[in-house]
Design a protein around this ligand. Structure first.
Ligand code: SF4
Ligand code: SF4
Length: 380
């Protein structure tokens, strides 16, 4: 079978396995290697050290298979809009990035790619393959672009004229010769809507994401304390941020796709910000089983919930923050203290004063003192 027919056959199988789109990328050294190295050198990857590991492999994906990979079958799975889905309500889920409201896409894509790999090895005995989804040394967007899945936009997402940018990417590396697809053409033109809309200036220039300023980085990847000067910039976001995709004119709304696993379940949708902040360990495990939000860990999600509450300036959150100030981890107590200071008012001040009398952690005590001052100023 010639490489063109083989490519068409395999892309058809990918669609049969449930993927929404598929394309083939030729494997060769990266065409954007220098840009990636400059991005690392500038420190735009923040403290995500894993992005600086195994750079040679990232820049030359042919070594993804021991005997040498020859092509990558790239697949896309749309997570928004979804058939039967509706916009979430309340104070939590609208502030969780769309991709993270359902089941973990890693598992979903990997399972689909493994089924696809099994079918290919049956149809092409002796063929070797390796599936890949997000967690390793692969420049996925570049491969997706080469495979015609989309063109990299100025917001650094892959954009397709019809499908927009609300989709996951996965790849199956193969030692089969396949005819590659044509790379997609640029869709941004003179548009700069995402650069202008980013609330933290994390897109300082086209096609460059500075993770140090990105809400997604702070709420998902960053561990430990969020610096006090950064907290206000996170606004209401609890996990991720969709702004630079929401404003993109290419995202005019593709046809909804039927991936019920990626929808927010009715049960999970009942959780609100106060519920998240005060969730016990067992309930956390139960609620977030199979969710990509576990990436931030319980402590990280509760830290983020406290920050979102502080940024709301809403006194209705004072009781939940008071409870977190008593029973949360050190990290959560510190952010709860900050939020109470930001909200201010007599009730918040009283809770902070009472906690200061019994608090043993020096770091939390320090945060409470700062909050009392800030809260006094806010109340005055
Ligand atoms: S995800 Fe949000 S913070 Fe990050 S670049 Fe996009 S708009 Fe800016
Ligand atoms: S908002 Fe405009 S500039 Fe940004 S990715 Fe979309 S089309 Fe490109």
């Amino acid at each position: 079978m010639d490489p063109r027919k083989r490519a068409e056959l395999l892309k058809g199988w990918a669609l049969e396995e449930g993927f929404d789109r598929a394309g083939v990328a030729r494997l060769e050294p990266s065409g954007t290697g220098e840009a990636y190295l400059s991005w690392l050198e500038r420190g735009d990857h923040a403290d995500m050290a894993y992005l600086a590991r195994r750079v040679e492999l990232r820049l030359d994906p042919r070594s993804m298979l021991d005997g040498g990979a020859r092509s990558a079958l790239c697949v896309a799975l749309q997570y928004h809009p979804l058939a039967g889905d509706s916009a979430p309500e309340g104070d939590l889920w609208p502030w969780v990035a769309r991709y993270a409201r359902g089941l973990d896409y890693h598992d979903l894509l990997l399972q689909g790619l493994q089924r696809l790999a099994a079918r290919i090895s049956e149809g092409f005995p002796g063929c070797h393959s390796r599936p890949y989804v997000d967690t390793g040394p692969v420049l996925e967007r570049e491969l997706g672009a080469r495979a015609g899945i989309g063109a990299v936009g100025k917001n650094t997402n892959l954009l397709d004229g019809e499908a927009g940018s609300w989709f996951f990417l996965g790849e199956l590396f193969l030692d089969l010769e396949l005819e590659s697809d044509k790379p997609a053409a640029d869709l941004c033109g003179s548009c700069v809507a995402c650069l202008e809309a980013c609330p933290t200036d994390a897109l300082p220039e086209p096609y460059r994401l500075d993770s140090n300023r990105c809400i997604s980085y702070w709420t998902i990847e960053h561990r430990g304390e969020i610096p006090a000067e950064v907290r206000p910039s996170l606004g209401s976001w609890v996990f991720g941020c969709d702004i630079c995709q929401e404003v993109c004119p290419v995202n005019t709304g593709p046809e909804p796709r039927n991936h019920p696993e990626l929808r927010l379940t009715a049960e999970r949708s009942r959780l609100d910000l106060a519920g998240l902040l005060t969730l016990g360990r067992d309930s956390y495990v139960e609620t977030f089983r199979g969710s990509p939000m576990k990436r931030a860990k319980q402590e990280g999600l509760q830290r983020n919930a406290a920050v979102a509450m502080g940024n709301s300036h809403d006194a209705a959150y004072v009781p939940a923050l008071g409870s977190a100030l008593t029973s949360g981890s050190d990290l959560v107590r510190r952010h709860a203290a900050w939020a109470l200071g930001r909200i201010g008012g007599p009730a918040a001040q009283e809770i902070l004063r009472r906690r200061l009398e019994v608090e043993e952690s020096t770091a939390v005590r320090g945060e409470i003192r700062v909050a009392l001052e800030a809260g006094g100023a806010a109340s005055g």
